[in-house]
Design a protein around this ligand. Structure first.
Ligand SMILES: [Zn+2]
Length: 153
């Protein structure tokens, strides 16, 4: 049910804000599976830990996210992918769910998938025995508030 809420909210909320939140979720989920961010030009990798503390994103993750936004995501991408964070923040791309594992994956916003999900080189994923990546609890309650606000009447 929560997933359906999220989809309804995405259809109704401001596009730019939604795109940014989706990219943030994309990074949070893949970081939880150990996929680092690669930063040009020296291919430095960054993997903040932890991602979630209590019911919030960790200060480490929030700090990295703010730096990424300040840079517009230029020259930064998730390891094993071809789309920079800047690409993902643009209207060309949106985040969908991988058909294989359900993780967030970039698609061209016309709905044409042009690249594999980053799960392609994770032999141990999907794995229903592992804890699934998640959002902080606060995020869900905030989305719940938005949903309530959008509810007709
Ligand atoms: Zn996948």
């Amino acid at each position: 049910m929560e997933v359906q809420w999220a989809k309804d909210i995405m259809n109704n909320s401001d596009r730019d804000m939604a795109a940014s939140e989706q990219v943030k979720r994309y990074l949070a989920y893949w970081f939880q599976l150990g996929k680092p961010l690669v930063v040009e030009p020296d291919q430095r990798t960054i993997l903040p830990q932890p991602i979630i503390v209590g019911n919030r994103y960790s200060p480490e993750f929030e700090s990295l996210w703010q730096q990424l936004l300040a840079l517009g995501g230029q020259g930064c991408y998730l390891e094993g992918t071809v789309q920079s964070i800047a690409d993902l923040l643009s209207s060309t791309w949106e985040i969908s769910d991988c058909a294989r594992c359900g993780m967030p994956v970039p698609i061209i916003s016309l709905g044409v998938s042009s690249a594999p999900c980053p799960c392609f080189d994770l032999p141990t994923w999907p794995n229903s025995d592992l804890p699934q990546p998640r959002l902080p609890v606060d995020e869900r309650s905030r989305l719940g508030q938005i949903r309530d606000r959008l509810r007709p009447g």
